[in-house]
Ligand binder design. Structure first.
Ligand code: PEP
Ligand code: MN
Length: 649
């Protein structure tokens, strides 16, 4: 049983709680757990939990039915987000760690770090001390290896995770490692767990090859009971009768751990399967099953690797895996964290063509990020994916105020929808881009839209008579709505606003169509989930920021990564002239520039004249792109460059 004490509890009240528990036959231990001060009570004591909960200074009592307490979801319902340097693990993000099995030389770790960072890994792995099955196998470079790894992590802006094999070396390694890995063979080395738990470094706790889930949770409990908060589970395959693969990846452990514990769980597909060609498939399965990330072995020349070469990916294979993970993430309602963020609002500049070497431009780190709508809106979810769950937000009523806030600096950036995969472009926002030449599109993000029918706690589906939502919400749930022809549909500006209106009106016979986050934000109930007609329903959001001089900034999540996609809008000088659009397209096709979007939209007040919305790939050569843009400007009447950014898959 865990007694969580109120913040600022007096010494007297704390003593009363101690006496209360001891008198009833409990052994007690006191510790801090993150922000919380807690008293753990164990033994065969008997207590009235409600009475205990009413004692002065007691915030709540978690009486767990499990042998592990601090690791249990019963103690803490919300997901723990683990912080390692500038990287976070858990919640709605997918975090990828990559690197070689072992640090072999300074050059090898530097080269690997450069390659995995380029593909979007946010943390670097590598063993300096290697627990090998054979005493004659390469044992690692020790502290020298760790120093090389630290240098590589610093050079490429990645925190490092490395294995600790003994309590003594853990102390020596403390100042260089950002996260300790406790390896499979050491999962039940309790002295090591206690020492590692007391040093305050985040720990990646691998599952022992023959450990049950409960044993694994109890090992985490050792770390937590030693005062640590930041623990991440890592499933890396268990030993079964199967010998084809090195181990058997226990996919089911992922949802099981997620339900039993609040701690994040990532997967190591490399040690699980042990065969390079099978690693990526296992990695994707892990993400599909709900893993919060991966740790993957990558080596620039696996054939020369001193350990685990056969299971190490070539950098090119890792690049492909990252793209696949990025494509899969929105399906499971998550976002791939691509690059560590130096500051969550830091924005770097790049020339309009995305040329490398452009000056860095930092935006106001103190200013919030703007979105339109109520809390729980899809745009807010997109914002949290791009800037982190804890990013400061500015809510506005409409899209124009988002542009205004970014322009006048009251917001450092904004997040607006530009296109839905079923309903098409959000013309209002393209229009705003044209009217706000000082605002650039600096990033994009795709969010899977899962609509829910949301109502008051007392409502049930048969008593509902009115449905409120954005018109797109109605359109995207047409088949479901058609099954209830008597329902009256009331359009709202925003799906989350429709949800808020139910609370405001205290309505019981009204339901809204919106995302689950909106139901949570407004304390309402989900009557039915996934009511959209087509599950392949995605909305593409643009991240916008203010241009600094002639530089279009790129967003924080990209750091210095080169933009791969650009958007612009143009109109033609004379749309009656044959081939005028073709001549523009030809400029791009001749330079090998891929067109991923071309849409025409009538210009208001000018019948039969059109604006074209265009998305293109950015070529490697900045000069080529600058030439293309210059030529396009001569062939078009109006030309608006919205921005260059890293494409979401
Ligand atoms: C490793 O990550 O290099 C390693 C040795 O893993 P495990 O402890 O899972 O075998
Ligand atoms: Mn290895």
């Amino acid at each position: 049983m865990i007694v969580v004490l109120s913040k600022g509890i007096s010494g007297h009240d704390k003593e009363m709680v101690r006496i209360y528990l001891k008198d009833r036959g409990f052994a007690i231990r006191e510790q801090r757990f993150g922000e919380d001060e807690i008293i753990g009570a164990s033994g065969k004591g008997v207590v009235d939990v409600r009475e205990l909960g009413l004692l002065p200074g007691v915030e709540r009592v978690a009486s767990t039915s499990r042998p592990y307490e601090l690791a249990s979801r019963e103690t803490r319902a919300e997901d723990t987000i683990v912080t390692v340097g500038n990287v976070k693990i858990g919640g709605s993000r997918i975090t990828i760690i990559a690197g070689p099995c072992a640090v072999e030389s300074k050059d090898q770790i530097m080269e690997t770090a450069a390659r995995v960072r380029e593909s979007g890994a946010v943390m670097l792995r590598g063993g300096a001390y290697k627990p090998r099955t054979s005493p004659y196998a390469f044992q690692g470079l020790g502290m020298r290896g760790l120093e090389f790894m630290k240098a590589a992590g610093e050079q490429y802006g990645m925190p490092i995770v490395t294995e600790v094999v003994s309590p003594e070396t853990a102390v020596q390694m403390k100042d260089l490692a950002d996260m300790f890995q406790i390896g499979a063979r050491n999962m039940q080395n309790f002295e090591l767990l206690k020492k590692a738990g007391s040093l305050g470094k985040p720990v990646l706790l691998k599952r022992g090859p023959s450990a049950t889930i409960e044993e694994w949770l109890l090992s985490a409990e050792y770390l937590l009971a030693s005062g640590l908060r930041d623990v991440v589970f890592c499933e890396r395959g268990i030993r079964t009768f199967e010998t084809y693969t090195r181990n058997t990846l226990d996919i089911s452990a992922i949802p099981v751990i997620k339900s039993l514990s609040h701690l994040p769980v990532i997967v190591d597909p490399s040690h699980a399967v042990g065969i390079r060609a099978k690693v990526s498939a296992a990695a994707l399965a892990a993400i599909a099953a709900g893993a919060d990330g991966l740790t993957v072995e990558v080596h620039p020349r696996p054939d020369e690797a001193l350990s685990d070469g056969p299971q190490s990916l070539y950098p090119e294979q890792f690049e492909k895996l990252m793209r696949d993970v990025e494509a899969l993430s929105p399906v499971v309602g998550k976002e791939l964290l691509r690059t560590p963020r130096p500051h969550h609002h830091a924005v770097f500049g790049a020339g309009p063509s995305g040329g490398a070497g452009a000056d860095a431009v930092f935006f106001d780190a103190g200013a919030p990020v703007a979105f339109s709508g109520e809390s729980g809106a899809y745009a807010e979810q997109a914002l949290m994916r791009a800037f982190g769950d804890e990013a400061a937000r500015l809510q506005t009523d409409g899209f124009k105020p988002v542009f205004d806030a970014v322009l006048d600096g009251s917001a450092s950036a904004g997040v607006i929808p530009v296109e839905n995969s079923l309903a098409g472009s959000v013309h209002e926002n393209y229009d705003l881009f044209v009217r706000y030449p000082d605002i650039a599109m600096v990033g994009e993000l795709k969010l899977r839209i899962v609509h829910c029918l949301i109502a008051d706690e007392r409502a049930d589906i048969d008593s509902i008579g009115v449905i409120r939502s954005h018109p797109q919400g109605f359109a995207q749930c047409k088949e479901f709505l058609d099954r209830h022809p008597a329902w009256i549909l009331e359009p709202y500006n925003n799906t989350a606003t429709a949800v808020a209106s139910i609370v405001r009106d205290g309505a019981v016979k009204v339901a809204a169509i919106a995302g689950e986050a909106a139901a949570r934000a407004h304390g309402l109930k989900v009557l039915k989930e996934g009511i959209e007609t087509n599950p392949l329903n995605y909305t593409r959001f643009a991240i916008i920021a203010r241009r600094a001089g002639d530089k279009a900034p790129v967003p924080p999540s990209l750091g210095s990564i080169k933009p791969t996609k650009a958007s612009f809008v143009f109109s033609l000088p004379n749309s009656n002239e044959p081939g005028s659009l073709f001549s523009c397209l030809k400029i791009m096709s001749e330079r090998g520039i891929n067109l991923s979007k071309l849409e025409s939209c009538p210009i208001q007040g000018k019948p039969w004249e059109y604006l074209f919305y265009v998305d293109v790939s950015v070529p490697d050569s900045a000069e080529v792109f600058d030439e293309v843009l210059a030529e396009l400007k001569t062939r078009t009447r109006e030309f608006y460059f919205l921005g260059a950014y890293r494409a979401a898959v």
